[in-house]
Design a protein around this ligand. Structure first.
Ligand code: NAP
Length: 286
């Protein structure tokens, strides 16, 4: 059986088109939408992520204002910058590209972003709103996964979902979004200490993998006909981009699967733009 390919690029295009319309409507009412991007240090991967986010922002009519700080900067300096952006009425959303260089505290720094401008959805207030079943800004990768499932009409209500990975960035918030009222999945969270991971994963109707281990999940983790969402982005030994799932062999067993690249990755950026437009709408003068 060949699995249906869940085309994240196409779904991302839909999200970006909706966002462009939302941004244009705001502009017609006199409100520009502005995203502030903050890059600390000289990690080339982080710099590339920020560039691609700014490119997408420009495509949908969001103005982006970029700030760069050196890798030897103090935590206080980063915090000062974020507080300035919080106070700047022209800024609707703030993207602090993580991870920060060694010596700086990712979570402690992100805590300084005003939750109303936290378009990455990683502030404890926004994570807490998910626990309360009242998400405002859900983190972009988990909400992107959910959107792919919804776009393709994959039944979530009552489905057994296994999320492998429990990071605060992906696994945990995604598990909460899937188990929330309205989504109504029955969710298991698995991690590095899970006993018989392959057996647990085989119980899934929908298997989401976010572990950061190249091609770890092979066909023996997947029940015939399951839907597989691969969040992983890794480089293999040959230097190619691969997911956490061994695509070719899992595609023989699954009914549907996201590719890497072209699956969850484009959704993360699209959902950031979506959140930024929502933030601008919330700040529109009445
Ligand atoms: P992370 O913070 O390193 O968390 C990895 C999780 O996987 C942890 O909960 C860990 O368990 C679990 N894990 C590690 N090895 C395992 C194993 N052998 N068996 C079972 N569970 C295992 O990573 P992350 O930030 O969630 O990212 C995960 C992957 O998604 C990475 O490849 C990352 O590049 C990718 N990612 C992609 C996007 C995108 O836009 N597509 C966005 C974000 C991240 P413990 O908690 O027990 O250590």
């Amino acid at each position: 059986m060949g699995a249906q390919v869940l085309d994240g690029k196409a779904v991302a295009r839909e999200v970006l088109d909706e966002t462009a319309e939302r941004v244009a409507a705001l502009r017609d009412r006199g409100k520009e939408t502005t995203l502030a991007t903050v890059l600390v240090g000289d990690d080339p991967a982080s710099a590339a992520y920020v560039r691609s986010k700014r490119r997408r922002a420009a495509e949908v009519g969001i103005r982006s204002v970029h700030h760069e700080l050196g890798s030897d900067v103090s935590q206080d300096r980063v915090v000062d910058l974020l507080r300035g952006l919080n106070d700047d009425p022209s800024v609707d959303g703030i993207l602090l590209q993580l991870p920060l260089p060694d010596g700086l505290d990712d979570q402690g720094t992100a805590l300084e972003i005003d939750p109303a401008k936290d378009v990455d959805g990683l502030h404890p207030t926004n994570l807490g709103m998910i626990v309360l079943d009242r998400p405002v800004f859900a983190p972009c990768t988990p909400s992107g996964c959910l959107r792919i499932l919804q776009h393709y009409g994959i039944p979530i209500r009552g489905a057994n979902v296994v999320v492998v990975g429990r990071s605060f960035l992906v696994g945990r918030p995604l598990a909460l979004l899937l188990a929330a009222r309205g989504a109504d999945a029955t969710v298991t969270i698995a991690h590095s200490r899970t006993a018989d991971l392959a057996g647990v994963a085989r119980r899934a109707d929908i298997l989401v993998v976010a572990v950061g281990r190249p091609e770890m999940v092979t066909a023996c983790y997947v029940r015939e006909g399951a839907v597989v969402i691969d969040v992983g982005i890794n480089r293999n030994e040959a230097g190619s981009l691969v997911g956490d799932v061994k695509y070719d062999e899992v595609a023989e067993v699954a009914s549907a699967i996201t590719p890497v690249p072209g699956g969850v990755g484009p959704m993360t950026v699209a959902m950031l733009m979506h959140n930024t437009a929502i933030a601008a709408g919330m700040r529109e003068p009445t």
